[in-house]
Design a protein around this ligand. Structure first.
Ligand code: GRF
Length: 234
């Protein structure tokens, strides 16, 4: 077996596009982190495939440009993604953040932004890929659930992991309470993961993303009763 080489990921520019299909609470967390200075970035475009996505209203409230384009008007995924890439280029986007974007992206988009497309998923991947991940976790009976920020590849919820955070499952949990606790941790780790990528120094070793060269070291979170992130000794 050959050992994969360690490759430093190029430091991207700081202009983000956030791609959404619905509520947009992760979008809001990213915009809030930018506003408070916790994340040094700007959102150049919020894109949605659904006109009724609530997150579009959030984008407008924060004064961020939006674009909506239904995939239905396109003959296939590649043609749709080519149009999205054109839009992203027009808005001088450096990094693409999927945040509840309910579409699988094709190589057309991934090749246009190599190592620069991120997604957040409400489970500790590779467990519970696909829809309703927190329901899957509760029904399976795991004691620790969580969320993952990962680089996107062509397969659903399977690209290299950048950050994860764990959330303890309580006996009293329902689908809703667990999903909500995971979501509040998502709001912490997504801006943080984006910051790690933007600050540069991340390295790839096969599937592994090494954080030790990054400006901020960010160990995976440990579970706590409240589901919030504890303070780590660095
Ligand atoms: C989040 O749970 C995220 O992990 C998943 O889709 C949901 C989007 O929620 N990919 P929101 O639109 O950011 O509120």
């Amino acid at each position: 077996m050959t050992t994969p080489i360690v490759r430093t990921l190029p430091k991207p520019g700081r202009r983000l596009a956030v791609l959404i299909s619905g509520r947009g609470s992760n979008l809001r967390a990213i915009l809030d982190a930018i506003r408070t200075g916790a994340l040094n970035a700007e959102v150049g475009l919020v894109f949605s495939n659904r006109r009724q996505a609530k997150g579009l209203r959030t984008a407008k409230r924060y004064g961020v440009p939006t674009a909506v384009l239904s995939h239905r008007a396109f003959r296939n995924r590649r043609a749709y993604d080519a149009r999205i890439v054109k839009l992203l280029r027009e808005h001088r986007v450096d990094v693409v953040c999927l945040a509840g974007f309910m579409r699988i992206v094709s190589p057309v988009l991934l090749d246009a932004f190599p190592d620069r497309v991120l997604n957040i998923h409400p489970s500790l991947l590779p467990a519970f890929q696909g829809l309703d991940a927190s329901c899957q976790a509760l029904d399976y009976g795991v004691r620790i659930a969580g969320c993952t920020v990962h680089f996107v590849d062509e397969t659903l919820d399977s690209g290299p992991v950048l950050l994860q955070a764990a959330v303890r499952v309580h006996d009293e949990d329902t689908h809703e309470t667990l999903a909500q606790r995971i979501l509040s941790v998502e709001h912490e780790i997504y801006p943080r993961a984006i910051g790690l990528l933007l600050d540069g120094g991340l390295r790839r070793h096969g599937r592994r993303v090494l954080l030790s060269g990054a400006a901020e070291r960010a160990p995976a979170d440990m579970p706590t009763e409240s589901g919030r992130r504890p303070t780590h000794a660095r």
